[in-house]
Design a protein around this ligand. Structure first.
Ligand SMILES: Cc1ncc(C[n+]2csc(CCOP(=O)(O)OP(=O)(O)O)c2C)c(N)n1
Ligand SMILES: [Mg+2]
Length: 1012
C-alpha cells in the first residue's frame, strides 16, 4: 500500500526551507526514522516518518520551501503498517483513561469484597482513608462539642493539641502540622539497634577526635597563619562515624558506591579517620593546609588538589546542598535512561545549621521532593552555632528547618535528645518536660552547654515544679550527662536506618549537637568555638581525659598523634567495617570509557558557505547538535540542559526528538500534541529542562560533567543559557565545577553586548569571557562563523571526552543572522582557530599603508566591512584576523613570557600572537563585543602598537546598529579610529581621521559610554 508522507503541523511557520534529505528512493525506513530536515529562520527540526516501508518517490529537494500538508514523499508501506500506525494521541489518551477507570473500579470492588480485618494499623497511618467506624467517630465529635459548649474554644484547642502531641509521641506522625514537639521523631521503642561493638566504636571515635584536633593544633603551632577548625568536627564526629561504620558503601567493582558530601570545615576529622585506616600517614597529617609541596592535605574538600581523595567541593557554603540534590536527581536520570543500573545507591550530604541560611541551601528542596528523590539524605548538624554566634538564639533552628522541609514534602527525622533523656521523657506524665523543651530557645540551650549540671538544673529543669521534681533524684553530674541526640550513636543509627529505608521522598535528619564537643572551657559551646585552632595544655589534657585517649601527659604536651598497633582490635575493627562496606571513603576514581569523537567529516556541512542563507551561530549550533544526535557513540551521552529557553534558542525540536526528562513520564496530553515539536516529557527523556533556574541547571551540568568519576560513565553535558545569566549568575558554581574537574560544554547564547538588541542593561553581556577566563581549566571561544564553531566543538569533544583532559569549554553564540563563508583553504586555519587567531582576509591593493585589524565574535564582521571602506575610500590596506579566543592567546602569551624570563640564556620562544603578527605591517587595532579588557589581554604579547575598542559600560536596548554606534564598535567608528591610529603612528596625515570623524557624525564631546 502506498502512503504519502506530508509536512506535519509545524506551528506558526509557513514556507520553511528543506535543508537536508536524509533518505532516497529505494531506502527501507522504519517508523519514526527522520526523513528530511527543515529549517525556519529560528530553528531546524527533523521530520520523522509516520510509517515503515520503502521510499517510492521523493517529492521535494534541498532548498524547497514547504508548508503544512505538502507532500514530502511516498512510501510503499509494509503489510503490517496499518496496525503499526501510531494511534492518534487523543485516541490513545482516551483508551488510557478508560483503562485506568476500569482498574480503579476493580480496585474498589476488591476492597469492598474483603474488608481486611487486620488493616487497622495501616489505616491509622493514612490520613485520608475512609471512615471505618462512624459510631466511634461520632463519639469523638460529640465529646468535642461538649467541651466547646462547657469549657469554650480555648479548652477544645488545648485538648486537640494535646491529642496530636500524644499521637506523635506514640509514633503516629499525624495529622500534618508544620512542627512537631521538640523531641525525637523516632520514639525509643521504634529504634532499630546497631549490631556494632559500641565500646570499640567509642574508642575509635575518641582517637579520631584526638587526631583531628591534634593535626590542627600542630599545624598552627608550626605556622599560626595556617588556621583550621576543631569545633565543627568535634560536634559531628558521631554523625560521621555511624555512617562510616555502618551505612556508606564504597565504590568497587561490584557496586557504584554511595556519594557523600562532607561538610567542608570538618575535613580534619575525615583525614584523621583515613589515618587510622592506614590511608594517610603522620607526615601527611603534619602537612595539613600546606598544599604547595606535593602530598599536603588540602584545607577543605578539593578534588582538584586531592584528585584521588575528595569527590565534592563543599566548602563554599550552600553549594553542597544544591549540588547534592541535583546529584541525586541526575543519578535517577541515568537510571531512568538505562545508562546505569539501579543499585539503591544514596547521596548523603552533611550540612551546617548556619549553612542553611544560604538561599541556595533551601532553594532546591522542592525539586527533591517533587522528583521523589528517596536516594537523597541530608544530615544537618545543628550545633546551634555558626561562626559569630548562635544560629537562632531567639528561636529554634531545628523547628524552623523542620517546618521548611516538612512543608516541602521531605521525610523529616529529628534527632534531638540522647538515650539518657528517654526515661525522663517517658516519666513526663504532666507534659511539662516537653513544654519546657518547646519553650527554651537555642540561645539558652547553647549557654547551658557552656556551663554545668547545676546551671542546667536551675535554668532548664527549674522552669516548672514538675520538671524540677523529675530530676530531683539526679545529681548535677547526672544532669550534665544528659546527652544530645547527635552525640548518641544509638539515636543516630536508628535515624540513618530509617532514612536509608525511606521510599518515595528525600529524607532530612536534623541532629542536635554541641559545637566543640569535649573541647572544655575554651572551646565548647562558646561563641568563639568556630575559630578555636589552638588548645592550651589544660584543654588538651581535658580533651584526652574526656575521651580516654591513651596518651601520657608528656605526649599530650607534645600534641602527639595516637594510632594503635595494626593488630589492635580498634584498627582491625575499623578496617573490617570498611571492608564490609566495600572499601574506603572518600575516594575518587574513574573507570569510565572514553567516547570516541565523531569522524572529522561530521561537521563538513558547516565548512561550506551558507551562500545567501543567513543564520546565527546559535542556529548553527542547533544544526550541529542535530547532526551529533546521529552519531551513535556521542548521541546517547549528550545531555542538553536548558533553563526554559529552548524556544529562544530554536531548540524546541529536541522535545519530540529526544524528549524532556520527567521521572513520572507525561501524565497529560500536551496542548500542542498535534505539532511536530510538541512538548514531550518522558521517563527516559534526554533533555534536562530546568525551568527558570540557572543555579539548578549548573548543578545538573556539574553532576553530568563529573559522571565519569561519580558514575563511571563519560557524559557530554551541554548547558545553554543567556550568556549574561551564566558566569555572572552562577560564578561560584562554575568555580566549583573547575575544582570538580568537570568536562563538558557551557554555551553562552545571545552573547555580546550588542547582538541581543532590545533586551537592555541586565541582558547584554560584555564580560562573561573575562569571568570565564578566571577559571584556570575553562577553555573559552567567541567564534563568528559556523566553521569556526564546528572546529572548536569537535576539538572539545576530542580533548574532553576522548582524551579525558580535565577542562571544560565556554563557547559564546550569537543571535544575529548573517551568511557564513566557507572555511578558508589555508592549512593553518584549523590550528589558528583552536589557538585563538588566524588571518581571514587581506586587502593589499595599494601597498602603501597598512593596519592589522583583529576582531572576534560579531564585531569581526564590522571589522571586515570597515576594512573595505578603508581600502576603497582611503587607500589603506589591511589584514583581518579572526580572533576566536583572546583568552587562549593570553594563556599562551603568559606561558611563553614566563619561559623566556626563566631562561634568559636560551633561545627565546615566540608567543602565538607574535608568530601571527610579528612580521606584519602597521599598528594593531582589536575589537570585540566585550569590554576592552577582553582584547587588551594580548597587548603585552606583541611588540607592536596596539589599540582596543570594546563595549565598556552598561548595555541598553536599541537597534543593533545604534548600539554599535553607541559603544563605538560599528564599522564607521572602526574606520575613524583606524585612521586616527594611523595618524598617531605618523603613517598618514591626521586630517583624514578628522574628516572621517566629521563624515560619520561622530560626536567627540560625547562622554565615554562607561559614564552613561
Ligand atoms: C559561602 C560561604 N560564606 C562564608 C563562609 C565562611 N564560613 C566557614 S564555616 C562558617 C560557619 C559555619 O557554620 P555552620 O554552617 O553552622 O557549621 P558548623 O561549623 O557550626 O558545623 C562560615 C561563615 C564559607 N565557607 N562559605
Ligand atoms: Mg553550626
Amino acid at each position: 500500500m502506498s502512503e504519502k508522507l506530508l509536512v506535519p503541523d509545524i506551528g506558526e511557520f509557513e514556507k520553511v526551507e528543506v535543508i537536508e534529505l536524509l533518505v532516497k528512493v529505494g531506502d527501507q525506513i522504519n517508523l519514526n526514522d527522520p526523513v528530511v530536515t527543515i529549517e525556519s529562520d529560528k530553528s531546524s527540526v527533523e521530520i520523522p516518518s509516520t510509517v515503515s516501508g520503502k521510499i517510492e518517490s521523493v517529492n521535494i529537494k534541498v532548498g524547497d520551501k514547504v508548508s503544512k500538508g505538502d507532500i514530502l514523499l511516498s512510501i510503499e508501506s509494509s503489510k503490517e503498517s496499518p496496525s503499526e500506525k501510531p494511534i492518534p494521541k487523543d485516541t490513545e489518551s482516551i483508551i488510557k483513561q478508560a483503562e485506568s477507570v476500569l482498574k480503579n473500579e476493580k480496585k474498589e470492588e476488591a476492597s469492598q469484597q474483603s474488608p481486611a480485618p487486620e488493616k487497622k494499623q495501616t489505616i491509622i497511618q493514612v490520613t485520608n482513608e475512609n471512615d471505618i467506624d462512624p459510631l466511634e467517630t461520632q463519639d469523638w465529635l460529640e465529646s468535642l462539642s461538649a467541651v466547646v459548649e462547657k469549657d469554650g474554644n480555648q479548652r477544645a484547642h488545648f485538648l486537640i493539641k494535646e491529642l496530636i502531641n500524644k499521637a506523635y509521641q506514640e509514633g503516629a506522625n499525624i495529622p500534618y502540622t508544620q512542627h512537631t514537639p521538640y523531641i525525637n521523631t523516632i520514639p525509643p521503642e521504634a529504634e532499630v539497634k546497631s549490631n556494632g561493638d559500641q565500646n570499640i566504636e567509642r574508642r575509635i571515635r575518641s582517637l579520631i577526635r584526638w587526631n583531628a584536633a591534634a593535626m590542627v593544633v600542630r599545624a598552627n603551632k608550626k605556622f599560626p597563619e595556617l588556621g583550621g577548625h576543631i569545633g565543627t568536627f568535634a560536634s559531628a564526629a558521631t554523625l560521621y562515624d555511624v555512617g562510616m561504620n555502618h551505612f556508606w558503601r564504597a565504590k568497587n567493582n561490584k557496586f557504584g558506591g554511595d556519594l557523600v558530601y562532607f561538610q567542608g570545615h570538618s575535613a580534619p576529622g575525615i583525614y584523621a579517620r583515613a589515618f587510622l585506616e592506614g590511608r594517610l600517614n603522620e607526615k601527611q597529617l603534619d602537612s595539613f593546609r600546606q598544599e604547595v609541596k606535593p602530598g599536603g592535605l588540602s584545607s577543605y574538600p578539593h578534588p582538584w588538589l586531592m584528585p584521588k581523595f575528595w569527590q565534592f567541593p563543599t566548602v563554599s557554603m550552600g553549594l553542597g546542598p544544591m549540588l547534592a540534590i541535583y546529584q541525586a536527581r541526575y543519578m535517577k536520570y541515568l537510571i531512568n535512561r538505562g545508562l546505569i543500573k539501579d543499585e539503591g545507591r544514596k547521596v548523603w550530604a552533611f550540612l551546617g545549621d548556619g549553612e542553611m541560611d544560604e538561599p541556595e541551601s533551601l532553594g532546591a528542596i522542592g525539586l527533591a521532593s517533587r522528583e521523589k528523590l528517596d536516594n537523597l539524605i541530608f544530615v544537618i548538624n545543628c550545633n546551634l552555632q555558626r561562626l559569630d554566634g548562635p544560629v537562632r538564639g531567639n528561636g529554634k533552628i531545628i523547628q524552623e528547618l523542620e517546618g521548611s522541609f516538612r512543608g516541602a514534602g521531605w521525610n523529616v527525622i529529628k534527632v534531638i535528645w540522647g538515650s539518657y533523656w528517654d526515661s525522663l521523657i517517658a516519666n513526663d506524665k504532666t507534659g511539662h518536660l516537653v513544654k519546657a523543651m518547646n519553650e527554651t530557645v537555642d540561645g539558652e540551650y547553647q549557654a547551658m552547654k557552656a556551663r554545668d549540671g547545676a546551671y542546667v538544673r536551675e535554668k532548664f529543669f527549674g522552669k516548672y515544679p514538675e520538671t524540677q521534681e523529675l530530676v530531683s533524684s539526679l545529681s548535677d553530674k547526672d544532669i550534665w550527662r544528659l546527652n544530645r541526640g547527635g552525640h548518641d550513636p544509638h539515636k543516630v543509627y536508628a535515624a540513618y536506618d530509617q532514612a536509608s529505608k525511606n521510599q518515595g521522598s528525600p529524607t532530612v535528619i536534623i541532629a542536635k549537637t554541641i559545637k566543640g564537643y569535649g573541647m572544655g572551657k575554651t572551646g565548647e559551646s562558646v561563641n568563639t568555638t568556630h575559630q578555636t585552632k589552638k588548645l592550651d595544655v589544660d584543654d588538651l589534657l581535658y580533651y584526652r581525659d574526656r575521651f580516654d585517649v591513651p596518651l601520657t601527659d608528656d605526649q599530650v604536651k607534645n600534641v602527639e598523634y595516637f594510632k594503635p598497633d595494626e593488630k589492635s582490635p580498634e584498627i582491625k575493627y575499623i578496617k573490617e567495617r570498611r571492608m564490609n562496606l566495600g572499601g574506603s571513603l572518600p575516594e575518587r576514581t574513574t573507570y569510565a570509557k572514553p567516547i570516541k569523537a565523531p569522524a572529522k567529516d561530521i561537521f563538513d556541512f558547516m565548512k561550506v558557505s551558507t551562500g545567501e542563507k543567513e543564520m546565527s551561530t546559535t542556529m548553527a549550533l542547533v544544526r550541529m547538535f542535530t547532526n551529533l544526535l546521529r552519531d551513535k557513540n556521542v548521541s546517547p551521552r549528550l545531555v542538553p540542559i536548558i533553563p526554559d529557553e529552548a524556544r529562544t534558542f530554536g531548540m524546541e525540536g529536541f522535545f519530540q526528538k529526544i524528549g524532556i526528562y520527567a521521572h513520572e513520564g507525561q501524565k497529560y496530553e500536551p496542548e500542542d500534541s498535534a505539532q511536530l515539536s510538541s512538548y514531550r516529557e518522558d521517563k527516559s527523556g534526554q533533555v534536562l529542562e530546568e525551568g527558570i533556574n540557572e543555579a539548578g541547571a549548573m548543578s545538573s551540568w556539574i553532576a553530568a560533567a563529573t559522571a565519569y568519576t561519580n558514575h563511571d560513565i563519560e557524559m557530554i553535558p551541554i548547558y545553554i543559557f543567556y550568556s549574561m545569566f551564566g558566569f555572572q549568575r552562577i560564578g561560584d558554581l562554575a568555580w566549583a565545577a573547575g575544582d570538580s574537574q568537570a568536562r563538558g560544554f557551557l554555551i553562552g547564547a545571545t552573547a555580546g553586548r550588542t547582538t541581543l538588541a532590545g533586551e537592555g542593561l541586565q541582558h547584554q553581556d560584555g564580560h562573561s569571557h573575562l569571568i570565564a577566563s578566571t577559571i584556570p581549566n575553562c577553555v573559552t571561544y567567541d567564534p563568528t562563523f559556523h566553521y569556526e564553531l564546528a572546529v572548536i566543538f569537535r576539538e572539545g569533544l576530542r580533548r574532553m571526552h576522548e582524551k579525558n583532559e580535565n577542562i571544560f569549554y565556554y563557547i559564546t553564540t550569537m543571535n544575529e543572522n548573517y551568511s557564513h563563508p566557507g572555511m578558508p583553504k589555508d592549512k593553518n586555519c584549523e590550528e589558528g582557530i583552536l589557538k585563538g587567531m588566524y588571518k581571514i582576509k587581506e586587502f593589499n591593493r595599494y601597498g602603501k599603508t597598512k593596519i592589522q585589524l583583529l576582531g572576534s565574535g560579531t564585531i569581526l564582521r564590522e571589522m571586515m566591512s570597515a576594512a573595505e571602506i578603508l581600502q576603497n575610500e582611503y587607500q589603506i590596506d589591511s589584514e583581518i584576523w579572526s580572533v576566536t579566543s583572546f583568552n587562549e592567546l593570553r594563556k599562551d602569551g603568559m606561558e611563553v613570557e614566563r619561559y623566556n624570563l626563566l631562561n634568559p640564556d636560551k633561545e627565546q620562544k615566540v608567543s602565538f600572537v607574535e608568530q601571527c603578527l610579528g612580521k606584519t605591517e602597521g599598528p594593531i587595532m582589536a575589537a570585540s563585543d566585550y569590554m576592552r579588557m577582553n582584547s587588551d589581554q594580548i597587548r603585552p604579547y606583541t611588540n607592536k602598537s596596539f589599540y582596543s575598542l570594546g563595549t565598556d559600560g552598561y548595555g541598553r536596548s536599541d537597534t543593533r546598529k545604534n548600539l554599535r554606534k553607541f559603544f563605538e564598535v560599528d564599522k564607521e567608528h572602526i574606520v575613524a579610529y583606524g585612521l586616527s591610529v594611523l595618524a598617531k603612528e605618523q603613517l598618514i596625515a591626521s586630517k583624514y581621521a578628522k574628516e572621517a570623524i566629521k563624515k560619520y557624525n561622530i560626536d567627540g564631546s560625547k562622554p565615554m559610554p562607561t559614564k552613561l
